[in-house]
Write a protein that binds this ligand. Structure first.
Ligand code: ADP
Ligand code: MN
Ligand code: MN
Ligand code: MN
Ligand code: MN
Length: 387
């Protein structure tokens, strides 16, 4: 029995029932309230496996473990019913979950964990539908010597819930009948009742991300009422997708408690309202080093030659947002420039001044797949640097 207890943290052994664990709540005490008390039971660790479905929406389910995993290899490959998520058919439904990163579970508290997993077909061990991480990870490995860093600014819009399962259409802060509030202007980086709308959600998400160990670098209120932004990064290579995914998952969990919906639609309200994007900030070792400004210009020029490929990977419905208005560059035009918020790529003023730094691709939409965006960026950059 001792050997068993010392074994790797895999799924619980039948001999190691939960009840014998000293003090573990049982019978009528074992309800939802008791779950919160699990923090105090070190023999019982809940691992919430998180993955992306066919539409890039995070899903999750929980596994009881007997000790806290300290590294990815302490976690077992699990599976789920891919026929319920449009990733498999009912006759051959198993999709595998391969653990890739461990975070703290800020909802259940210590010692519980969130596990970022990616999805693989059980039948041929190929990446499942929607697993864009696999290709991204491969290209990040291929161009490892460039040491790519990414920082993504996730804009999102809090919405009044619609009918169950239906898309919410009214932003929080719009009038009850769906009519528009006073025009944008006062809301961006605002404080105060009636202008900063939804701060408890933005702030709780921020705290939860920090507790989880997600690399969140800041938040701000955005231009449309009910619209906010958080920034993830800098992250190295494929880590950006993992941390972005976990941040989006944590937001979904936070909204459950507040009775609001988080939309990452790139154009959540029609009319004279800013859309929502995922500005992607990017640098390589040579861009960050002395003389890096010239490398930044060279990469911008390379981006200009493959505009279609990039835009294809930057999210659905993004043409509704990239109109040339509302701090965007038209989707069919490519421009880069220092401090230019109407360009496709903005080079920060500091990068020009210091002669090195990073660049900001302003095109990805709020609903973009960060693995696809960063995969495209590293391919174009890698090929350009190879020449
Ligand atoms: P903006 O001025 O466009 O609103 P933000 O402050 O919202 O910029 O976001 C900037 C993002 O750039 C952050 O996520 C930050 O982590 C990231 N970042 C900073 N330096 C670098 C770098 N050298 N390479 C890649 N990303 C970076
Ligand atoms: Mn089942
Ligand atoms: Mn920003
Ligand atoms: Mn912004
Ligand atoms: Mn930005």
């Amino acid at each position: 029995a001792k050997a068993k207890a010392a074994a790797k943290s895999v799924e619980r052994d039948p001999d190691e029932g939960l009840a014998p664990v000293k003090g573990f709540p049982s019978g009528k005490d074992a309800g939802a309230g008791a779950l919160a008390k699990l923090k105090t039971f070190t023999k019982c660790v809940l691992a919430e496996y998180v993955w992306l479905d066919a539409k890039q929406v995070p899903r999750s389910k929980t596994m009881t473990m007997t000790s806290r995993p300290s590294k990815v290899s302490d976690l077992r490959v699990w599976n789920y019913d891919g026929s319920s998520t449009e990733q498999a058919d009912g006759h051959n439904s198993e999709v595998l979950l391969k653990p890739r990163a461990i975070f703290n579970d800020p909802f259940r508290g210590p010692p519980h964990v969130l596990v970022m997993a990616d999805c693989w077909n059980a039948w041929d061990d190929k990446p499942a539908i929607g697993n864009t991480r696999a290709e991204c990870a491969a290209n990040m490995t291929k161009y490892k010597q460039l040491d790519p860093w990414f920082g993504i600014e996730q804009e999102y819009t809090l919405m009044v819930p619609g009918k169950v399962g239906e898309k919410a259409t009214v932003p929080l802060g719009f009038n009850k009948d769906g009519s528009a509030p006073a025009p944008q202007g006062p809301y961006y980086t605002s404080a105060g009742f009636g202008v900063a709308i939804g701060r408890p959600i933005a702030d709780e998400h921020y705290t939860m991300c920090m507790e989880a160990g997600v690399k969140i670098s800041g938040i701000n209120a955005e231009v449309m009422p009910g619209q906010w932004e958080y920034q993830i990064g800098p992250c190295r290579g494929v880590e950006i997708g993992d941390h972005m995914t976990m941040a989006r998952y944590i937001m979904l969990r936070v909204t459950e408690k507040h009775g609001v919906v988080c939309s990452i639609d790139p154009k959540p309200a029609e009319g004279d309202w800013n859309g929502a994007g995922c500005h992607t900030n990017f640098s390589t070792a040579s861009m960050r080093a002395k003389g890096g400004y010239d490398v930044i210009i060279k990469i911008c020029e390379a981006f200009g030659k493959v505009v279609k490929q990039h835009v294809q990977d930057y999210g659905e419905d993004n043409h509704k947002r990239l109109t040339g208005k509302h701090e965007t560059c038209d989707i069919n035009t490519f421009k880069y420039g220092v401090a230019n918020r109407a360009a496709s790529i903005r080079i920060p003023r500091d990068a020009e001044k210091d002669g090195r730094g990073y660049m900001e691709d302003r095109r990805p939409g709020a609903n973009c797949d960060p693995y696809r965006v960063c995969n495209r960026i590293i391919i174009t950059t890698g090929e350009c640097m190879d020449q």
